[in-house]
Design a protein around this ligand. Structure first.
Ligand code: PLP
Length: 354
């Protein structure tokens, strides 16, 4: 089977093949989503997520269809008028766009690729109800670290903080206490097939939802919460995916251990490219480089050839994204990818030096 370094959908854990067979054999695929069997799977997945990822016990974990849906749920159920977005890439920009369609004011600050956000240097209007961050910007391989989030969390304690952690949740340690809303999709660091999203809310976020009382949609946050309190969902969910999530979470290491491995591998990747002339990390500032998505800049012609040659050797590289589509490629550094696969890619890249 080909090795894929695509940053989403990405490599699934090989055990998933066997878990899928089990799901079929155990009759999970035909189970009613209001049944006790489903509720057990639903509850166990949530408990395991909390345990393995260190999500505070009083936070609520909910199932949604995708990270994209979470952007919409946040605007719809947690914002009355005004959201504020801090972003430096395509995913953060899209989030702002989607919010703008639903609410009258969606302002933001587009920061530089190599810029480290400073909480006291950004002007945020006092009317802003929520600050929206993209923890790991998958399009360009940058990240906002826990310290930066902590500074905003302290400096703007009157506002909710929402974090898109789609391509980092399950890969690196996130301090969930620093924000009220976190969300991700399972097809990135969680090593599962696409089609399920996770939305994590603090008690404060849920309190705000109750104040706003928004109940107009099938996916209004209050309705989702009401269902998940009974370990049910607001619509017929992707039961297979929730089951696979449970099985994967049973077997993964706790996040501290995983995070150490991912961060070490990321450091190794940046060292690997250090000093190389034909390909270099797009992000020059080590302080904002992503641990989970390594973005490499090179000549577009070289990238075209590289991807083609890699394909012939059974290796899929991630395409560039948005503004960086032509002159970068991306390497996912997600937990399901093995050290051996990384070595295979590095050996391949070493052979490309002319
Ligand atoms: C992949 C990704 C999304 C979109 O996820 P979907 O599950 O496709 O909706 C959103 N934000 C970030 C940062 C991503 O990497």
């Amino acid at each position: 089977m080909a090795i894929t370094f695509y940053p989403g959908p990405s490599k699934v854990y090989p055990q998933v093949a066997h878990y899928m067979q089990d799901a079929y054999t155990q009759g999970i695929l035909s189970v009613n989503h209001r049944s006790a069997v489903f509720m057990d799977v639903c509850q166990r997945s949530i408990e395991l997520l909390k345990e393995k990822l260190h999500i505070p016990a009083d936070y609520s974990v909910m199932y949604v269809s995708s990270a994209t849906e979470s952007w919409e749920i946040i605007a719809q159920s947690l914002v009355e008028k005004h959201s504020y977005h801090l972003y430096n890439g395509a995913f953060g920009a899209k989030w702002r766009e989607y919010s703008a369609k639903l609410r009258s004011k969606s302002e933001g600050y587009a920061f530089g690729l190599n810029e480290e956000l400073q909480a006291d240097a950004v002007y945020i209007p006092s009317e802003a109800e929520i600050l929206c961050f993209t923890q790991n910007e998958t399009s360009n391989g940058t990240q906002v670290n826990n310290t930066t989030l902590a500074n905003f969390s302290k400096g703007y304690s009157d506002k909710l903080i929402a974090v898109d952690a789609t391509s980092s949740l399950g890969g690196i340690t996130l301090d969930f206490t620093l924000a009220d809303i976190w969300f991700a999709s399972v097809q990135k660091c969680l090593g599962l097939p696409a089609g399920l999203g996770l939305l994590v809310c603090s008690p404060r976020a849920l309190k705000r939802a109750r104040q706003l009382g928004e109940n107009d949609h099938y996916n209004s946050l209050l309705f989702i919460q009401e269902n998940i309190e009974r370990y049910q969902t607001h619509y017929t969910p992707n039961v297979l995916s929730i089951y696979l999530l449970m099985r994967v979470m049973e077997n993964v290491d706790e996040i501290g251990m995983l995070s150490n491995r991912i961060k070490q591998q990321a450091a190794d990747w940046y060292t690997f490219f250090h000093g190389r002339e034909d390909m270099k990390p797009l992000v020059g500032n080590p302080g904002v480089r992503s641990d989970t998505v390594i973005t490499i800049q090179a000549d577009p012609v070289l990238i075209g050839q590289l991807k083609e040659k890699a394909k012939q050797e059974g290796i899929t590289l991630g395409n560039g994204y948005g503004a960086w589509k032509q002159n970068t490629f991306r390497i996912a550094n997600f937990p399901a990818i093995t050290t051996e696969e990384i070595h295979t890619l590095q050996a391949f890249l070493n052979r490309q030096i002319e």
